[in-house]
Design a protein around this ligand. Structure first.
Ligand code: SF4
Ligand code: FES
Length: 276
């Protein structure tokens, strides 16, 4: 137990939480329920929701896992912004009332749990994996070497959590349900910018009526992104790649390089544990 003497800046205050509730099996429309939570310094919105669930109302449904901004499952609309609940301290919102709703632009499964199926379907549609020149799956996996510069071409976009906050912030997703949206567009760029990837049709997957050209660069997606991925920038770079052409495959399998350089003190990969 932390004492005021050990932590003199510790604050405690009762904060009103206005939480959207909706159970499609019982409710005809969403409603708002209020809870008073004794918030202490450092408490996150996710911890406040746990307080509500454990002390005030066990029926409240929300989704979370890691509690540390990694898994991307606790996205919610908190005081009118898509945010990760575990990454948002209540006092940092600087308000006496916290309003929480499920992420917009998704159907509601229950209470604060959105149906992220469209996000994952659209993400899958751009083939979010490295496609080699020889696409046959029975080939032995190979190790490819990349320089720091080659890695930096796409690294920022590889930090995507698939939390879907960007999709709920996007005004075009709100008006065109078929629009791919910022997350898949950012990831399409991530793979096109990777010099190990040889996909021939990924550009075609985003170069259509509901693809990259529907992005009007509102920028709300990048503002909402908790990882600094900047999917709006990814979409613009994708347009550039479509117009001016993409990078050719330049990464070589490690085994084919003469004297491939390896940074010192990097240990070898562990032995394979699965038999083919
Ligand atoms: S781009 Fe950012 S906001 Fe969008 S899914 Fe990835 S991490 Fe989340
Ligand atoms: S619980 Fe994993 S990101 Fe919030």
């Amino acid at each position: 137990m932390v004492t005021d003497k050990e932590f003199p800046d510790r604050k405690e205050k009762n904060i009103l939480f206005r939480v959207l509730r909706f159970d499609p099996e019982k409710d005809s429309a969403p409603r708002t329920q209020e809870y008073k939570v004794p918030v202490v310094t450092g408490m996150t919105v996710l911890e406040a929701l746990y307080y509500i669930k454990e002390h005030l109302d066990g029926s409240l449904a929300f989704r979370c896992s890691c509690r540390m901004g990694i898994c991307g499952s606790c996205g919610m609309f908190i005081n009118n912004m898509p945010r990760l609940a575990c990454h948002t301290q209540v006092f940092h919102l600087e308000t006496g009332t916290v309003e929480i709703k499920p992420l917009p632009n998704y159907d509601i499964i229950r209470d604060l749990v959105p149906d992220l199926t469209p996000l994952f379907e659209k993400h899958n549609s751009i083939k979010p994996y490295i496609i080699k020149e020889d696409e046959s799956l029975d080939k032995e996996p190979e190790e490819y070497l990349q320089s720091n510069e080659e890695l930096e071409e796409y690294l920022q976009f590889a930090y995507c959590l698939k939390c879907g906050l960007c999709m709920s912030a996007c005004p075009t997703v709100a008006s065109d349900k078929e629009f791919l949206g910022p997350q898949p567009l950012g990831q399409a760029y991530r793979y096109l910018a990777d010099n190990r990837d040889c996909s021939k049709d990924r550009k075609l997957l985003v170069d259509n009526a509901h693809g990259v050209w529907r992005c009007h660069m509102a920028g709300a997606c990048s503002e909402a992104c908790p990882k600094g991925v900047d999917p709006a920038m990814g979409a613009q770079l994708l347009k550039k790649k479509i117009i001016f052409g993409g990078r050719k495959k330049t990464a070589k399998p490690a085994g084919t390089q003469i004297n491939p350089e390896r940074k010192p003190n990097i240990s070898n990969a562990p032995e394979r544990t699965i038999n083919k």
